[in-house]
Write a new protein. Structure first.
Lengths: 452, 324, 312
């Protein structure tokens, strides 16, 4: 037996809660006080995570409930699900604590869809410890804060060490220029028959990765104030030309050009992709959700050219605006304990790392600091004994990421602009004669129409 | 919203004269008389139907007309006149979506319309094993569409070892990109949709063929008609009522094609499989930060009006031929 | 209507000669059938139908069954080879346990069962009112129900979603099975099918029952329901199959994965699970409808043909 048949208590509760909801029709969002306890429904991880993740969560849940006996934590499987977010929010069926990506936080808070937590953050005393660039993502025009940035990442170049070896490449010296990436990709494709290089193309991720790779070539999609579209720039053109050359001249991009975040990870975990760009913290998900063999994983920085910058991102722990005071208070306690203290406090960091490590969860995946860099580097020493990810396989990234200049995603209408760019990337990859200039001119016009 | 629901909840103004229940005695126009004649019980029987239709059909239909003039985040509503319609009509993707949808409908007619008629005629004439053939033909229809699409997505793998490409390899045809190519994507979708749907049509035609009066064939034979002659001059004319209906139903169904482009290609490559319904879905549900519910309903209403007009014209045009 | 549909009768024990006249004639006459080219054509048709339908209708499912117990590498590299590296039964267990297909399978069944019960209640009581009780408002009601047949379901998508997500009264039905059960019960087609069947029942029986003092409830329970077994079977098939096939609506109403049915969950499973396990999950989710079909083949095919008759 694999020992995975047993459901963790959290899981059982989550399922039981789901059925209770159905039976009683009472889909009211948390906040209900039963036997004097405050029930707090908190987001955990996407469904399909392995048992170890549930075990780790159960341990942490028990620790928290021991510390705050009047709060009853209910873990809810959660996945940032665009399509029904607005409706779930309006219907009050979201967890009391959940996470959203940086890109969406601004619009949500401007729409009044997130709770104001300025006071709470100030009371907790770490308002000034955040990296100001990152804190900007949760701040409104009046300086109010609407969430806790909890994790940030920079985009990196993910690669498969096994395919590198099969192609006669040294997995310990990954490519450092885009030309090398092309060369390596070609070699992988020729020697192994797999895709040497791949890029996402669907569900707005095509635009996202195009933005990232163009940024590394010094091309940005919008003016700094987000009012003018600058899509038709040399960096974007060079990126698309790069795709075109790999696809149609080198034939090194495989044969699947309808990939999004999930499916590209799946293909990578199945050993079909040599290199692609994605978040630096991807390792956790690759191993937990996509069953990647850790030994084949490699991560390095994206090559920088012509004043290129590295695109970053991250997510934010937020609360819906509808919570009553007691629940909100409990929610803030949870956010502070579960997400923030491990960044700030040695004991908490060690306890968190231990709980994760004990149940075989990834500890030590490279991220970008959400707090100041000094705190971040100190925190790495706290968790050192528990680090279980092969950081030596990520050395290329760890050694060079702080030499790169981070840049945020485009400010206005981010997702809509990405959506405009998906077809452009797809066109280049599926039509040998696609006219890059014409495609970009059209996308630029459409984007400018959105920006108004 | 509430007004209508309350109207439903309160008993209808009593109407004395239940058509089929003969009043035992002199008609009593009072509420008590109505109850005694079974009016209340009747209403209770009708209640489930009235409830689900009011709340989940009639009301949303009315609401969609209203919503197409609103801008909403589901909490507040704001009247915006014709803005939603203007936004939809000026969306650069709309043209693609309409053309693609028409293309899908056309391909579906070419691939999938004559075939079931042909199969049904063949199956009904071979007599033996008809039940077995019907079952085989119907099997794809019972496979959940999501399963069918995910399975075919794998069949369509563009590598030379993909399932379909392997088959093509047997007969010396080079591997095809299938859904990975803007030109081939739509026909590939239609092929799967035809596979999934043809069985249902075959069964319907088989049933219709049973109702062709045998005397007509006898009569045709007396006139010395050949087999082809009988098919052309007896069978098909006798089926035309069903054929006309199936045709319009297929057009209505293909005008609302969603699942295939959504799951196979997400509308790609390069918008080559974006359909009207996929666009409606994108308006309403794809943007995580507040759907464009107004635009989505505006486009739905336009699609519905178009379909209603098309069916009306179609019925007008075919009335002469479909009935004797 | 169902009564006019002829279900193929079992044949076999009869002597060879008496079989011919028993076969209803179609395009081909007895005389035609005796002609040699026609006989050859018959044989050719059989070969064509048999090979064509087995390959096209059954082939993909058999392939899926094979792939469900093959290793990923076998499936990718030699899609048509029979288990070159052995049968991988573990796929099924992995799909059931780790991917929790079992949980989603249960949701699928709960959804279908609820839709079936509620759908049948609405269809039978509604048809009873429209066909037999016929109160004064029956005509208006019937017209209003019929009218919804002409409104494409897409028009309802957004407003219906909002109605379910934020009802005018009561709690939100998002993430509850009722959010799927109730809206799908508003199905005019099923009501019309049942009503047409009720229309064909002999009126005298009801008149007699009324004369004996039977009320509407008695009549429904002890007369109408027992007589309507065939149509209830057909409508049950409609409802259950529709439920198993539905995707968009449950996807929207049940965003919480814990309550999603297998069909909705599969695309996500597919993007996070190794291919062999995904295919095993696909195979598992095909089993219920296929088994139901094989068990109740006649009802299915009668229902499918009836669909055309009603539409016609």
């Amino acid at each position: 037996m694999k020992g995975k048949t047993m459901k963790s208590p959290t899981k059982v509760i989550a399922i039981a809660a789901a059925f209770a909801t159905v039976a009683s029709l009472a889909a009211c969002s948390g906040g209900g006080a039963s036997d004097g306890k405050i029930e707090l429904r908190v987001a955990t991880f996407p469904p399909g995570a392995d048992q170890a993740a549930y075990d780790a969560f159960a341990t942490q849940e028990a620790q928290f409930e021991k510390k705050y006996p009047n709060i009853d934590i209910i873990g809810v499987e959660y996945e940032w699900e665009g399509p029904t977010f607005t409706a779930q929010l309006a219907a009050g069926s979201l967890p009391d604590v959940f996470t959203v990506p940086f890109t969406d936080a601004k619009t949500l808070l401007e729409n009044g869809q997130l709770a104001d937590v300025t006071e709470e953050i100030e009371k907790l005393g770490y308002a000034d410890k955040f990296n100001p660039i990152i804190l900007d993502a949760v701040k409104d025009a009046d300086g109010h804060l609407f969430g806790f940035p909890r994790q940030a990442y920079a985009l990196g170049l993910q690669y498969n060490r096994d395919l590198f070896e099969q192609a006669g490449l040294d997995p310990n010296s990954p490519p450092t220029t885009w030309d090398e990436v092309r060369e390596y990709a070609k070699q992988i494709a020729e020697k192994t028959g797999k895709a040497g290089y791949a890029t996402m193309t669907q569900n707005n991720t095509g635009g996202w990765q195009l933005t990232a790779q163009a940024a590394s070539r010094g091309g940005f999609l919008q003016s700094d104030d987000g009012t003018t579209s600058t899509i038709a720039n040399d960096g974007v053109k060079a990126t698309l030309q790069f795709f075109h050359d790999l696809r149609w001249e080198d034939h090194s991009m495989g044969d699947n050009f309808l990939l999004d975040w999930g499916s590209i990870n799946q293909e990578f975990a199945a050993g079909n992709i040599g290199m692609y760009t994605s978040g630096s913290d991807l390792y956790t998900a690759l191993v937990r959700d996509f069953s990647l063999d850790p030994a084949v994983y490699g991560l390095t920085t994206i090559p920088m050219e012509d004043g290129g910058k590295v695109l970053g991102g991250g997510d934010i722990a937020v609360l819906p605006p509808s919570l009553d005071d007691a629940t909100k208070d409990a929610a803030v306690k949870w956010v502070d304990w579960y997400y923030m203290q491990k960044l700030l406090n040695e004991d908490a960091a060690a306890a968190d790392a231990k709980a994760l490590a004990d149940s075989g969860q990834a500890v030590g995946t490279p991220v970008l600091p959400v707090l100041d860099q000094a705190t971040y580097e100190e925190s790495l020493t706290w968790i050192e004994p528990y680090v279980n990810v092969p950081r030596e396989q990520m050395q290329g990234f760890i050694d060079h990421i702080f030499e790169q200049t981070p840049v945020g995603e485009p400010k206005s209408h981010t997702q809509e602009i990405y959506a405009l760019l998906d077809p452009v990337v797809q066109a280049v990859l599926t039509d040998e004669n696609a006219d890059i200039d014409a495609l970009l001119a059209q996308a630029d016009t459409d984007a400018q129409a959105l920006l108004g | 919203m509430t007004a209508l629901d309350e109207r439903r909840a309160s008993p209808q103004r009593p109407r004395p004269r239940p058509a089929a229940v003969p009043a035992p005695r002199r008609r009593d126009r009072s509420l008590r008389g109505w109850v005694r004649r079974g009016g209340l019980v009747t209403l209770l029987f009708a209640a489930p139907m009235i409830f689900v239709f009011t709340v989940y059909s009639w009301w949303p239909i009315l609401q969609s007309l209203w919503m197409s003039f609103q801008k909403t985040n589901l909490i507040t509503y704001q009247f915006v006149g014709l803005d939603n319609f203007v936004n939809v009509l000026t969306d650069p993707v709309l043209g693609r979506a309409v053309v693609n949808t028409l293309y899908f409908a056309l391909l579906a007619l070419i691939f999938g319309f004559p075939l079931p008629i042909f199969m049904a005629v063949l199956m009904s004439e071979v007599k033996r094993l008809k039940g077995f053939y019907s079952a085989l033909a119907y099997l794809p229809v019972v496979v959940p569409p999501v399963v069918a699409i995910l399975l075919w997505q794998f069949f369509y793998k563009a590598s030379p070892t993909g399932v379909f490409n392997t088959v093509l390899g047997w007969v010396g045809i080079p591997p095809q990109p299938w859904i990975q190519d803007a030109v081939q994507a739509m026909p590939s979708l239609v092929l799967e949709a035809t596979w999934a749907g043809a069985g249902g049509s075959i069964i319907i035609y088989l049933a219709a063929l049973l109702s062709v009066p045998p005397e007509l064939y006898d009569a045709a034979e007396v006139d010395g008609a050949s087999i082809w002659h009988k098919i052309w001059h007896v069978t098909l004319p006798q089926l035309r009522g069903v054929i006309f209906i199936m045709l319009i139903l297929q057009v209505i169904a293909t005008a609302q094609v969603f699942l295939e482009p959504f799951l196979f290609t997400g509308g790609g490559p390069n918008n080559s499989t974006v359909t009207v319904l996929l666009l409606i879905y994108r308006y309403a549900f794809e943007n995580s930060l507040g759907g464009k519910y107004g635009e989505a309903t505006a486009l739905s209403v336009m699609l519905a009006l178009f379909l209603a007009a098309a069916s009306f014209l179609y019925f007008k045009a075919t009335q002469k031929w479909s009935t004797d | 209507m169902s009564t006019t549909l002829k279900v193929p009768r079992p044949r076999g024990r009869r002597p060879a000669e008496s079989r011919e006249p028993d076969v209803e004639r179609g395009i081909l006459s007895l005389h035609d059938r005796r002609r040699r080219p026609v006989r050859a054509g018959q044989v050719a048709s059989h070969v064509f139908l048999m090979v064509g339908l087995v390959v096209v209708g059954l082939g993909p499912l058999l392939w899926l069954g094979k792939a469900a117990i093959s290793t990923t590498q076998d499936t990718i590299q030699q899609p048509f080879a029979l288990w070159p590296s052995g049968i991988d039964w573990a796929n099924l267990e992995q799909a059931w346990v780790e991917v929790e297909v079992g949980k989603y399978f249960f949701n699928t069944i709960a959804l279908a069962a609820g839709q079936w019960v509620i759908g049948l209640i609405v269809a039978t009581t509604g048809a009873y009112v429209l066909s037999i009780l016929r109160p004064a408002y029956a005509r208006v009601l019937e017209a209003a129900v019929l009218a919804t047949l002409f409104v494409p379901s897409v028009v309802l998508l957004v407003p219906l979603f909002i109605t379910v997500a934020r009802p005018a009264f009561g709690p939100s039905l998002l993430n509850t099975f009722l959010g799927v059960w109730l809206p799908t019960a508003a199905n005019a087609f099923n009501i019309i099918v049942v009503k047409r069947f009720f229309d064909s029942l002999p009126r005298e029986v009801f008149e007699a029952a009324r004369t004996d003092g039977a009320g509407p409830v008695r009549m429904f329970v002890s007369l109408v329901l027992p007589m309507s077994k065939p149509i209830v079977g057909v409508v049950s098939v409609f409802i259950i199959i529709a439920s198993l096939k539905d995707y968009l609506w449950p996807k929207l109403v049940l965003p919480d994965p814990a309550v999603q049915p297998l069909g909705v969950r599969l695309p996500n499973i597919q993007s996070q699970t190794e291919l062999d396990v995904t295919l095993a999950a696909l195979a598992i989710s095909t089993i219920i409808p296929v088994v139901l079909f094989l068990l109740f083949q006649r009802v299915f095919l009668r229902g499918a043909g009836l669909g055309g008759a009603v539409k016609g």
